[in-house]
Design a protein around this ligand. Structure first.
Ligand code: COI
Length: 354
């Protein structure tokens, strides 16, 4: 793919890389490419970061035709590296298939990101714990109010230098198990990374935040019985020495960090169960002391310890509200590979020289 480049005449002042938070700053450029039924994907371009002119009847505004991805680039001595970008490309195509948006060639997805980062390379933070978050997204922009599969779409990529997702950093977060709202159901869009799943989660998230929780832990939408995910991350529990994580039933996001952590844990000799885990079993394990550690996994969240789990008004403290030994070891291993400080024996990182 031949990408046209129009560089910005004025470059922004960079923020303090040691105090970034998450998703508040954006680099100087962005990538865009359009799709139509007649032309397919066309006009790939890198342009100055800015507002997007869009028709008010566009499908994205009315029927939620939107999907996205999240991955990160890490500064290295020779340039930078990305963690498993082809996995994101595959997942974006699975999401596109579910929402009737057009699929993209995996190599075009990765090329768009790489050429954009090469231009905005100086925005990759060189500060411990910070990285460049990459947000590819696609939206339908048919200029018509009829409800049908999308014929016109745009794929775009924006970049944001980030620190930790949670204000708590690597300190344990407080999570409440949601028993009223549901995020999605099997047969719905739970496995797709689409904006609608996040929109459905906002009310419960807001209620939780008013009560002092960082996020909610979702139960399945049919029986309201089985643990699913947090929304911003998948979850894992160490129960009686073994690892349990909700299986991918169709309503849980197939996290790339989740998949990577499972591989690492298995390589370390842990038994990892991907299975249905009922909230009753989880709470019982918290009460009888067999729940040793709990953590979330995600691109933004990385490996995030969970220190409090609340269910039906009762609070359960996990691992003394401290990061557990295995959670810390997993965090160190994963971030060590991502930052190029530990050997990448599984060939997960795409290294780019600049
Ligand atoms: C990510 O981890 O990349 C996500 O997309 C989660 C989002 C809530 C920030």
């Amino acid at each position: 793919m031949e990408i046209k480049k129009q560089l910005s005449k004025t470059l922004k002042q960079k923020p303090d890389f040691s105090n970034l938070g998450f998703g508040k700053y954006f680099t100087d450029h962005m990538f865009m490419m359009d799709y139509s039924g007649e032309k397919g994907w066309h006009d790939p371009r890198i342009i100055p970061f800015g507002y997007i002119p869009i028709h008010p009847a566009s499908t994205v505004f009315h029927y939620g035709a939107e999907i996205f991805e999240g991955l990160k680039a890490y500064k290295t001595a020779e340039g930078y590296q990305m963690f498993r970008p082809f996995e994101n490309a595959k997942r974006m195509n699975n999401s596109a298939e579910r929402l009737c948006l057009p699929e993209l060639k995996e190599e075009d997805f990765v090329q768009a990101i790489t050429e954009l980062i090469n231009i905005d390379y100086s925005w990759i933070p060189d500060v411990e714990g910070a990285s460049l978050y990459i947000r590819p997204f696609m939206y339908g922009n048919d200029e018509s109010l009829g409800v049908h599969a999308v014929h016109n779409a745009t794929f775009a990529v924006i970049l944001s230098p980030v620190g930790s997702y949670y204000a708590e950093g690597l300190n344990p977060v407080k999570i409440t198990i949601e028993s009223e709202d549901v995020r999605t159901v099997r047969g719905g869009t739970g496995y797709a990374k689409c904006g609608g799943n996040y929109a459905a989660s906002l009310r419960a998230g807001q209620r939780a935040s008013e009560k002092g929780f960082s996020q909610v832990l979702w139960l399945d939408g049919v029986e309201r019985k089985y643990i699913e995910e947090v929304g911003s991350m998948n979850v894992m529990f160490k129960i009686g020495g073994e690892i349990v994580t909700p299986k991918l039933t169709g309503s849980v996001l197939p996290g790339i960090t989740r998949k990577s952590c499972i591989e690492i844990l298995k390589d370390w000799g842990y038994t990892v169960h991907e299975r249905l885990l009922s909230v009753d079993e989880l709470i019982e394990s918290a009460e009888n002391g067999s729940l040793e550690e709990a953590w979330g996994t995600g691109t933004a969240a990385v490996v995030s310890p969970i220190g409090h789990l609340s269910y039906k008004g009762k609070d359960h403290v996990i691992s003394g509200n401290k990061i557990g030994a295995l959670t810390q070891k997993l965090y160190d291993e994963l971030t060590g590979i991502q930052w190029g400080k530990k050997p990448d024996e599984r060939g997960w990182c795409l290294k780019v020289k600049v």
